[in-house]
Design a protein around this ligand. Sequence first.
Ligand SMILES: Nc1ncnc2c1ncn2[C@@H]1O[C@H](COP(=O)(O)OP(=O)(O)O)[C@@H](O)[C@H]1O
Ligand SMILES: [Mg+2]
Length: 265
Amino acid sequence: MNVLEISHLIKTYGKGDNLVKAVDDVSLSVPEGQFVAIVGASGSGKSTLLHMIGGVDNPTKGDIVIDGENISKYNSDKLAVFRREKVGIIYQFYNLIPVLNVSENITLPCDLGNKKIDEEYLKDLIETLGLSGRVKNLPNQLSGGQQQRVAIGRALFNHPKIILADEPTGNLDKKSSDEIVNLLKTANQKYHQTVILVTHDANIAAQADRIITFEDGKIISDKLQREAISPAPTPKAQPTEAEEIAELEEIEREVEAENESSNAA
Ligand SMILES: Nc1ncnc2c1ncn2[C@@H]1O[C@H](COP(=O)(O)OP(=O)(O)O)[C@@H](O)[C@H]1O
Ligand SMILES: [Mg+2]
């Protein structure tokens, strides 16, 4: 099943001589569980596309259907609810709330939606992110890589349909950048989490299932490198707590192993 269907999407800014076609008639579908990289020169429309998928901005024309829901004509109130429940967005500059600690930043979307916090999941997620000793720290007491891990936690906490990441490693050193990419890959492989990642880095893009290249608001190339890791899961009963813990422990071990191997490299 396609979790995302975009058809004839257009976004223009300005008027007359100043008209800019930031996204120019883009059609695209993404099956559930795919890890997509979007690349292209600066100004080619990557962020504009991501903002529209994430419900941060409205299209000028065209349709965006996410999880069967056509969001293209939603007003700002409906978009706010959609953003909170269906997507997780990660930016280059973290966008954490400075007065909230690590744990509070991660649970923010749940708190805003008045949903009960799954404490067990929160604890395990924080461990997976390597932030266990940092739960009470404020963002300005963390390194850039740690802040970005908090942002990933916040994006994942609501079990979104799609994770959207706009150059999430653009401000980080190589080691932190590897950690962030590994976490996104882990989320993709273990939770079957659909990920759309904008990146300038060819090595990062090469790790995706699919690479889409943008130029002047249009898709100029769309290459499938491999099928998504596992088939879309059929809806099943919620896992038991023990199963969830076992799974998170497994993820933790993998992230640690990957971090160790990238440290060694
Ligand atoms: N809010 C805006 N107002 C006017 N022009 C914009 C705005 N946002 C983006 N643009 C223009 O749209 C084009 C695509 O921008 P963007 O999506 O940010 O590209 P990318 O993320 O690929 O660097 C650029 O020409 C940019 O200047
Ligand atoms: Mg951009």
